[in-house]
Design a protein around this ligand. Sequence first.
Ligand code: ADP
Length: 538
Amino acid sequence: MRGTMMNFPLTLPTILERSGKIFPRVEIVSRKPDKSVVRTCYGEFYNRARCLSSALLRLGLKPGDRVASMMWNHSSHLEAFFGVPCAGGILHTLNLRLHPQEIATIAKHAGDRFLLVDDVLYPVYEKFRQDVSFERVIVAPYGCNTIPEGSLNYEDLLANSDADFRYPAIDENDGAAMCFTSGTTGFSKGVIYSHRAIVLHSFCCGLVEVFGMNEADTILPVAPMFHANAWGIPFAATMLGARLVLPGPHVDPESILELMVRERVTVACGVPTVWIAVLDALEKNPTKWKFGNPIRVVCGGTAPPLELMRRLDRFGLHIKHLWGMTETTPIGTSGGLRAHMRDWPEDKKYDTRAKQGWPAPFVEIRLMRPEGEAPWDGVTSGEIEIRGPWIAASYYESPDQAHRWTEDGWFRTGDVATMDEDGYVKIVDRAKDLVKSGGEWISSVDLENTLMGHPAVKEACVVGIPHPKWQERPLAAVVLKDGAQATPDELRAFLAKSFAKWQLPDAFVFLDAIPRTSVGKFKKTALREQFANWKWEL
Ligand code: ADP
């Protein structure tokens, strides 16, 4: 016998309607390029997002059409997050930090029909406009307020919109948004998120072990809205009525701290490099920033070093660990401490918090090795395979990537991990980043995170470099704190307390900065290239 419940579609118009009706007065704060702040609210956002839907339909948007956005984190971009999918289109957030040629390739591959672009980013578009053929370019006055000839003014479009807009019929499995992977390890691949996946993922964001987000929160997504939809926050915050603080182009530590204090942020999210820089600013000037409340810092993209967690705790910034991928919308696992761990010794608690947490509800994970599934014993590692309602079942038009899915429908993540009996995942490394030394694997993640616990080290990144005898050996690239000193021997001795001798890096190089990817992760490919011909002492 079937249940007697309604078959109600999980689509974004329902979230948009809810925000306009239930949270009309909740604020959305956006910072402009000149650092001034604009305040709007979900009530106004609701009207404007609907006007955008209506305008796009008037321009001829058809179901499934891709509308690209090249915008910073601010309220008009949020309007596009709803205005495009609620008109039946798919919002494709372009990664504006990529090389213009790469952006063009991605936009062409995605078949983007329209482009929404910030006025201040129009010059980026001009660098690749000859390679793309958007039917309409809509420019949002955000910074310089210049609308180039031949393009449409976003504000005029909204002002002339039909208030009588009715949502087109949308199936919950229709595409709503599209992102390409940030390409840390190779070419970008596209993923289309369905309405259903985004709605279910938004519920997940509300869970205490994830963002624990609710109407009492003020959320600062430092992660760009083009990086896995700022980790789902724009959708979830709108559904749950959380106050949003959108930082615009300024994500340097001082600008972040200023916003956190002034706007009384309660939750922030970003990759570890952001928080490493924030910690550095806090420690240099410990009395400058006074937070009125503890802050949950949701951190992922790479593993935050344990020492970063420990030191941020002292300032009331508490890291909550999240693991995920563009392909997983992105929440896969998240965590913190469980009830039975409350009385554990401090060090054990930190070790647990440094793990990536346990799978979100409906996200299933198994660890696979050539000989079969790895036990959850906290020691045996295997590649994470994952499935669930917000996990990609394929890439967008990339048949050559079909091997990333198993025959029984699991996604092969390329991440190697262990799991313990409580279901906590610990990422050992990306398979591509493991250092393959004489038949053994060395985790670059463990080495760099331990190194970042050395008092003189600000940043550390470990990569495998070809070696004539061992296939690869680890090389550590280190950025020292301002005015600090450390020699390779000291750093090696520091690591020797936690690692076997064969695991220790054979080379240390001191850099002014570690190259970053377009979303702020350490760019290991660049380091591997730079030091590919390292002269090892044999
Ligand atoms: P890209 O693969 O181009 O970097 P993503 O941002 O989608 O694009 O990255 C997903 C990958 O980031 C994961 O497969 C994993 O290797 C890494 N990652 C994400 N979160 C964490 C985390 N908390 N700890 C360790 N690695 C992480």
